[in-house]
Write a protein of this length. Structure first.
Length: 306
């Protein structure tokens, strides 16, 4: 069996070493395709692969068509919208993610960006503190839980809304569970987004919802850029000079945001949430173990397609 690590944005060497150890201990061959710049390189590399580990790499119908022996794709990370699940299922390929492996890294970035925002991006002027502020967590999954854990240490007042997480689960963690996204935004000084990009959520963070934030509200996005209705958010920030938007996913309209809202907007140059040595290692090795478990034992615990 041949396991391909196809990463335009490579894993750290220590992560690759850990992946190799897991794969070769199971008696499989490991192949690396790193820092590739043309899709054809990926198409050539998958021709004889039985399994693929990826990061943000696009695995679409063309890739599946080029990989007749492929059995499994594992996205080293939580999101998997870069994989065509319908095409995977049509080709009989199992797709998995590695939930929870990057969660602490993303949660820490939330607070790194928030502290910068409430301190006016370190422009020398007096800012505010996070202690005592009302934090809203929009989606209480692995990252949301870590955000709540850190927020407790800071002394924030924590609320959450998640359409799919039972209220009792949030309340057991000491979180105030709210009944709707509208209530969350109207209640909290800061909202941290952790929703996936789905047909239901795309463009759902819009004018009407974000306008519910109280004065000096902050929206922080470490989820997906597709959930933001950029045109409506620009309109709202034009009308409300008190709002700030900080994001780990550069918007399509980044230049407009940056030009119109200096001191109220910040985007990382590329998605940085999982860019820590620890998360890199955790996700890569988890992906390798899941591939071995699937190929050897048929384990499908983290399967995300039908």
């Amino acid at each position: 069996m041949k396991v391909l690590v196809a990463t335009e944005k490579p894993f750290a060497k220590i992560a690759v070493d850990g992946i190799r150890k897991e794969v070769e201990a199971a008696g499989y061959e490991l192949a690396l395709l790193e820092k590739y710049t043309e899709k054809q390189a990926l198409l050539d590399a998958v021709k004889d692969a039985n399994a693929i580990i990826i990061r943000s790499d696009i695995i679409d119908k063309e890739v599946f068509d080029a990989a007749p022996n492929l059995k499994i794709v594992v996205r080293a990370g939580a999101g998997y919208d870069n994989v065509d699940l319908e095409a995977a299922t049509a080709h009989g390929v199992c797709v998995m993610n590695t939930p929870g492996q990057n969660s602490n890294a993303v949660a820490e970035l939330v607070f790194g960006m928030l502290i910068m925002a409430v301190r006016n991006f370190y422009d020398g002027k007096s800012g505010t503190e996070l202690k005592g502020k009302k934090l809203g967590i929009h989606a209480y999954g692995n990252v949301g839980r870590n955000v709540a854990r850190i927020a407790k240490g800071i002394g924030m007042d924590i609320y959450a809304y998640d359409a799919y997480c039972p209220k009792e689960v949030m309340e057991a963690d000491g979180i105030k569970a709210l009944e709707s996204a509208e209530e969350l935004y109207a209640t909290c000084d800061i909202v941290s987004l952790h929703i996936p990009a789905t047909p239901e959520t795309k463009n759902s963070i819009n004018y009407a919802l974000v306008n519910r934030l109280p004065k000096n509200g902050i929206l922080v996005n470490t989820a997906r850029k597709e959930v933001i209705n950029e045109a409506e958010l620009i309109q709202l920030m034009d009308e409300r000079a008190d709002l700030k938007y900080i994001t780990d996913i550069m918007p399509v309209a980044n230049e407009i945001f940056a030009a119109k809202f200096p001191g109220r907007y910040f985007s990382t140059p590329k998605k940085m949430g999982a860019q820590t040595a620890e998360a890199n290692i955790n996700a890569g090795i988890a992906a390798a173990r899941q591939i071995v478990g699937f190929l050897r034992d048929g384990c499908e615990k983290f399967r995300v397609n039908k």
